[in-house]
Design a protein around this ligand. Structure first.
Ligand code: AMP
Ligand code: MG
Length: 415
């Protein structure tokens, strides 16, 4: 009915296509403020300012070989060895006509030399060296000053992910501390009267809280600070207080449970009171009831209670948001074309089946799903390294057919 569609309540409850839901999440996510942190803490962060080389690298002309530093214009067949220059402090050595300096890889070139003859092309005779090389060119086996990085050059741009080589580059240029985007501060709240701690015995009707632990593990793979993690009972006042506190000190608040249609689905109601809700349901399986709201700068994700739904929701919507907050430019995992290893029966929503994605000899990606795909069955996630996306349609998907997939872990090889 048109009157129903016009009501804001109905629009909030409208099932969003996953792409539309993701767009809403992305639209409400922005990089956090910049902070300066020690270089040794930068791995996994994103650079928040362009880096210009303050100095040349190498900072002096350096030998790339073990050998002898010589002057290329000197034609003496043998030369007197005047000393040894190791990689390290500059010694008081000079190459004059008829002289050579024994030099090691990475050592500074002594004055008077303009080439290095590699050790393999020489012979030693007492304190002399015989050069067995017809032509010596100026610059042979020398890394000129600034040849790796010239002073003043922009070496890394804002938005670059700081992995091992970037960290090494910053270290080699003496950039410490480094400007990066702040880590998101995150809270994880499991809700439900039925939840007990993993190390506690189960009373009748109770289950152990698994969501908090799976989500903490998922968060552990991203640069975030978890500032609070715990559980709350199905009690409106208690949960509302908890959420207010976490909104005040977090950039992202994750809850699980309490968002479906049951009487105790309090999170949905509390988010409606405390925050601006952007959507409540996604046209997907698992994890249809997924609430996304914002309060000021804080993002709130009301993830479903079912353990698989909570993790799939995290992967599809929370992880991209956390990456954007952390300054990443590539926030969303790419979609890949994968070939089904077996037939799949579609469902009435866009199904995200847990799968093992591997590359065959022909270089194709092949996906096999991981057995029963119930949203409470965490075992369907273990042993998987990705998701295959199976939209609804009126006929089954057949083995060999190509569908979209998302790699969540390392790509496997078909043995
Ligand atoms: P709810 O959305 O609160 O109705 O929860 C849906 C289902 O997920 C119920 O079977 C809950 O018992 C289960 N569930 C909720 N929270 C958790 C949790 N933290 N760990 C494991 N299962 C949960
Ligand atoms: Mg519940």
């Amino acid at each position: 009915m048109s009157t129903e569609l016009a009501s804001p309540m109905t629009d909030l409850d409208r099932m969003r296509h996953p792409a539309e839901a993701l767009e809403l999440v992305v639209a409400h996510s922005a990089p956090l403020p910049v902070e300066q942190i020690p270089l040794r803490a930068c791995a996994g962060r994103v650079l928040a300012a362009d880096v210009t080389a303050p100095e040349n690298h190498p900072p002096f002309p350096a030998s790339t070989m073990d050998g002898f530093a010589v002057n290329s214009e000197d034609v003496s067949p043998w030369r007197e060895i005047v000393g040894v220059q190791n990689a390290g402090p500059v010694l008081d050595l000079e190459v004059t006509p008829g002289m050579a300096v024994r030099i090691m890889t990475g050592a500074p070139l002594p004055p008077g030399a303009d080439a290095v003859v590699r050790i393999e092309n020489t012979e030693l005779a007492d304190d002399h060296v015989i050069i067995n090389q017809d032509v010596i060119n100026s610059g042979d086996n020398i890394r000129p000053i600034g040849s790796d990085i010239a002073a003043g050059a922009t070496v890394l741009e804002t938005g670059v992910f700081l992995g091992p080589s970037e960290i090494g580059l910053l270290a080699s240029l003496g950039i410490d501390p480094v400007s990066v985007y702040r880590k998101p501060r995150v809270a994880v709240i499991s809700t439900g009267d039925e939840l007990v701690e993993p190390d506690q015995p189960l009373a009748p009707g109770m289950i152990r809280d698994s969501n908090r632990f799976s989500l903490l593990a998922a968060l552990g793979q991203l640069p975030v600070d978890v500032v609070w993690a715990g559980k709350g009972p199905d009690d409106r006042v208690h949960l509302e207080t908890l959420l207010r506190e976490r909104i005040a000190d977090c950039d992202v608040v994750l809850t699980t449970g309490g968002v479906s249609m049951g009487d105790l689905d309090l999170i949905k109601a509390i988010l409606g009171d405390l925050a601006d809700v952007h959507f409540r349901r996604v046209f997907m399986k698992p994890g249809k009831p997924l609430n996304f709201a914002t309060s000021g700068q804080t993002l709130l994700f009301g993830l479903p209670g079912n353990p698989v739904s909570a993790l799939v929701g995290f992967e599809l919507f929370v992880r991209p948001a956390l990456r954007i907050l952390g300054g990443h430019q590539e926030a969303v995992r790419p979609r890949l074309l994968v070939h089904l290893a077996h037939d799949i029966e579609p469902t009435d929503r866009i199904d995200h089946q847990r799968a093992w994605i591997a590359q065959n000899d022909a270089g194709q990606l092949v996906a096999s799903t991981t057995g029963a795909q119930g949203s409470s069955r965490l075992a369907s996630f273990t042993g998987s390294n990705g998701l295959v996306i199976v939209p609804p349609r009126d006929r089954r998907y057949v083995a060999g057919e190509a569908v979209e997939g998302i790699l969540l872990g390392d790509l496997a090889r078909i043995p």
